[in-house]
Design a protein around this ligand. Structure first.
Ligand SMILES: [Zn+2]
Ligand SMILES: [Zn+2]
Length: 325
């Protein structure tokens, strides 16, 4: 019903959908040949690209979902590389080639993710597209209906109001813009909350990081909390930007483009793109794969994201070894 009121609207991470929803058909993890054929034929590609869109053993097949996980509750058809091409996706052009992040309201140090780091990560992820952080908008400038959530006792904005307003804020040279806020969101009076919403047609979205820190539920952080909050925010921002290029949820591998129903599931998905989604992104923005990984590796190293740094180093090594014909 929400979808009918805002054309092109996509909803993500709607927790209450799970409890009220109907179980989807059983998801069968894809075989190796299904995963390989989802990436499309690599025969006509130059060796560096062919290597980048191959799985040399560094990727994991999409796992069977648990009871409340995304694929247990949503029928996802998947989207092969050829289906992606056939969908004639939106891609950037010379006049409309920038990604924007629009922060709204306060971002309290220690609770909120570091905006400068989020910008750097988005720029490395979507290399070579320019990424710009717009000046922070004050809460008072947001023309959205608000309420106090009965369960949390905290303020929320109606995300559909934000989605109607955001297209007017997208700069002329903007390909897409994601607004981020520490204010909690709700999509409709019947919903408890939503992590975010986006309109792929209008190429705008809004995401809240309010629930990413344990302080939301009265907890306290520890030495790993800052990194956890940054990882969660970085993942959702880059996942959402991926939808803006027409990339649908991934069902082939454990991948940043997997759908996620709840924070535990979102935390378990990797930050990287699988070969299928990487090839789609390459179609849209034509990056040099090793140059892109160099930027990501640098970010992970600077932020002590050791697991991700090691994954990127391994991936680069494997992409550089050209197997015998
Ligand atoms: Zn999504
Ligand atoms: Zn993928």
């Amino acid at each position: 019903m929400l979808r009918n009121r805002v054309p092109g609207l996509r909803r993500f991470y709607l927790l209450s959908l799970v409890t009220g929803g109907v179980a989807a058909a059983v998801f069968v993890p894809p075989s190796r040949s299904e995963r390989e054929s989802a990436a499309g034929s690599l025969l006509s590609l130059e060796p560096p690209l062919r290597q980048a869109f191959m799985d040399h053993g560094e990727f994991q097949a999409k796992k069977e979902p648990g009871g409340l996980d995304w694929l247990a509750t949503h029928e996802e058809p998947g989207q092969t590389f050829n289906e992606y091409l056939g969908s004639r996706p939106n891609v950037p052009n010379a006049g409309r080639g920038k990604l924007y992040i629009l922060p709204i309201g306060g971002f309290e140090k220690g609770i909120a993710p570091d905006l400068a780091k989020l910008k750097d990560y988005t720029a490395a992820y979507y290399h070579p597209m320019p990424v710009e952080m717009l000046p922070v908008l004050a809460d008072a400038e947001v023309p959205a209906k608000g309420r106090i959530n009965g369960m949390s006792g905290k303020k929320q904005w109606k995300s559909t109001d934000l989605l109607r307003w955001l297209p007017g804020k997208l700069p002329k040279d903007g390909y897409a813009m994601i607004a981020v806020t520490m204010t909690d969101l709700y999509p409709d009076e019947n919903w408890n909350f939503v992590f975010g919403q986006a309109s792929t047609r209008n190429r705008v979205g809004v995401f809240s990081f309010a629930r990413y820190h344990p302080a939301w539920t009265g907890g306290v952080g520890d030495a790993g909390t800052e990194a956890l909050v940054l990882r969660r925010a970085a993942k959702v921002l880059t996942h959402e930007m991926g939808h803006m290029f027409g990339i649908r949820h991934c069902i082939y591998y454990e991948c940043n483009m997997n759908g996620a129903n709840h924070l535990v599931e979102a935390d378990s998905t990797p930050m990287h793109l699988c070969p299928v989604c990487l090839r789609k992104l390459h179609h849209a923005i034509r990056f040099d794969p090793l140059g892109r990984y160099a930027g990501l590796g640098k970010f992970y190293r600077a932020n002590e994201m050791n697991q991700e740094e090691a994954w990127v180093a391994d991936r680069v090594r494997k992409c550089q070894v050209i197997p015998d014909p």
